[in-house]
Each structure stands twice: as structure tokens, then as C-alpha cells.
Design a protein around this ligand. Structure first.
Ligand code: AP5
Length: 222
């Protein structure tokens, strides 16, 4: 497999995490999810985690500079040397500019930006049924992707919980923030010729096969 640096872009609950983790398995690269990094910081009681929570609980974005610094730090980890998929970053044009600066310091670039195009009604269905593992953060859905045993993670056996920011009123706020701040990135990356649209109709079944097909299409897998 070729080294690949990718971005996955989409509304809250559009399936970024689900597709990114399948693509990582296929390509042997690492998933860098800013939401997970903030939640891990919170679990570890760091100042960054506490600060991030104050934004996340309201469905707002954590400030650009703090988020970009956290990503730059994460990309220094040796596991990112074979490539990475950024899940949930960048989320503003300013973050995209900061990412350009981070990558130019590393002498690297982004090969492709995957855009998950999912309608709002489906976003509400996906977030309202989502469950996550409180330990390893694996994601499930009560009807689309249920765990084998109710309330228990298939991967590590820990308890499944609902995310604090999946309350319907917070999801609506997150969708608003997405339209205003993040959707402009679709044109930003389309203008660079690196955008690939992934239609909403693709189901969660066979997600790994879909991602392998995509990797071949963009020349990252043979
Ligand atoms: P983050 O954790 O990144 O949340 P998000 O972007 O809102 O995305 P989600 O994790 O909600 O959803 P997803 O697209 O990964 O979907 P998933 O695969 O889980 O960020 C949380 C907060 O952190 C932000 O609001 C902000 O405050 C802060 N933050 C994070 N990054 C930031 C940044 N760069 N700058 C500033 N602040 C930042 O799927 C959803 C559900 O649907 C699951 O239940 C899944 O099983 C199901 N599903 C997935 N795909 C399908 C399918 N094809 N068919 C049916 N069901 C499906």
C-alpha cells in the first residue's frame, strides 16, 4: 500500500468515524479523530479536555489554534509516519490553512478529501441511535449496527453509552455550526481538485469493501 494522507469531511453523525476506521484497516494507516482526542483528554482530566468540554456540550467548535496544535502534536507520533486520515479536522477554513502549514513543516501533503454527503433527516436518525463504548470508543447504532449483546462493546466488553452531545437540540446546533463553518471547505478542496463525494445511500454493510474500492479508485491500493 502507498503512504496516504487523507481527510474525511462530513456533518456530525454522517459516518466519518465509521468509514475512517474501515479505511484505516484497509490501508494500514492511522485515524486521527479530533473529537476522540478531546474526549480522551477529558477522560484523563487534562486542562485541554475540560476546556474542550465547555464547547462540545454546547455543540460549538473548540478554538482553531488549540485544535490545530493538538493535531500537529498527534501527527508527530511515529504511528502517523505511514499515513493518516483526519476525521473531524479541519472544520473551518482557518483550520485548513493551519493544516497546510503543519503539513508543509513536515514536507507532506493531502492526497484526497472524502466528503460524506448525507441529508439532515438521516443525520438525526444516525445520531439519535448511536451508542459508543466508554472505553475504546467503538461506535454502534441501535438498529443499523447493533452490538451482539445489548449495552456491551463487541470489541472490548465495556459498557456502551450515549454521547452527551447527541441530544436532539445539541445535534441541531452542531448541524448549524457545520453548515456555517465546515461546508465552505467542500468548495475549498473542490477548487484544489482533491474532493471525492461519497453518497449517503451507501449503507454500513460492506463498508470495508466500499473503502477498498475507493482506495483502488484513488490509486492508493492495488
Ligand atoms: P466529533 O466527535 O468529531 O463529532 P462529529 O463531527 O459531530 O461527528 P460524529 O462523531 O458525531 O459522527 P461521525 O460522522 O463520525 O459518524 P459515526 O461514524 O459515529 O466532534 C465532537 C465535538 O468536538 C464537536 O462538536 C466540537 O465541539 C469538537 N471538535 C471536534 N473536532 C473539532 C475541530 N476540528 N475543531 C473544533 N472543534 C472540534 O456514525 C454516526 C452513527 O451512524 C453511528 O451510530 C453509526 O453506527 C451510524 N452509521 C454510520 N454510517 C452509517 C451508514 N452508512 N448507514 C447507517 N448508519 C450509519
Amino acid at each position: 500500500m502507498k503512504k496516504a494522507n487523507l481527510i474525511i469531511l462530513g456533518a456530525p453523525g454522517s459516518g466519518k468515524g465509521t468509514r475512517a476506521s474501515a479505511l484505516c484497516e484497509v490501508l494500514g494507516i492511522v485515524q486521527v479523530a479530533t473529537g476522540d482526542l478531546f474526549r480522551n483528554n477529558l477522560k484523563n482530566g487534562t486542562e485541554l479536555g475540560k476546556l474542550a468540554k465547555s464547547y462540545m456540550d454546547k455543540g460549538e467548535l473548540v478554538p482553531d489554534d488549540l485544535t490545530a496544535a493538538m493535531v500537529e502534536d498527534r501527527l508527530k507520533n511515529p504511528d502517523a509516519a505511514r499515513g493518516f486520515i483526519l476525521d473531524g479536522f479541519p472544520r473551518t477554513v482557518r483550520q485548513a490553512e493551519l493544516l497546510d502549514e503543519i503539513l508543509s513543516r513536515k514536507g507532506e501533503k493531502i492526497e484526497a478529501v472524502l466528503f460524506l454527503d448525507v441529508p439532515d433527516e438521516e443525520i438525526v436518525r444516525r445520531t439519535s441511535g448511536r451508542l459508543i463504548c466508554e472505553k475504546c470508543q467503538a461506535t454502534y447504532h441501535v438498529s443499523y449496527n447493533p452490538p451482539k449483546s445489548d449495552g456491551v462493546c463487541d470489541k472490548c466488553g465495556s459498557k456502551l453509552v450515549t454521547r452527551a452531545d447527541d441530544k436532539p437540540e445539541t445535534v441541531l446546533k452542531r448541524l448549524d455550526v457545520f453548515r456555517k463553518n465546515t461546508l465552505p471547505l467542500v468548495e475549498f478542496y473542490r477548487g484544489r481538485g482533491s474532493l471525492i463525494r461519497i453518497p449517503a445511500e451507501l449503507s454500513q454493510d460492506g463498508v470495508k469493501a466500499d473503502m477498498l474500492g475507493l482506495a483502488k479508485q484513488i490509486g492508493l491500493a492495488g
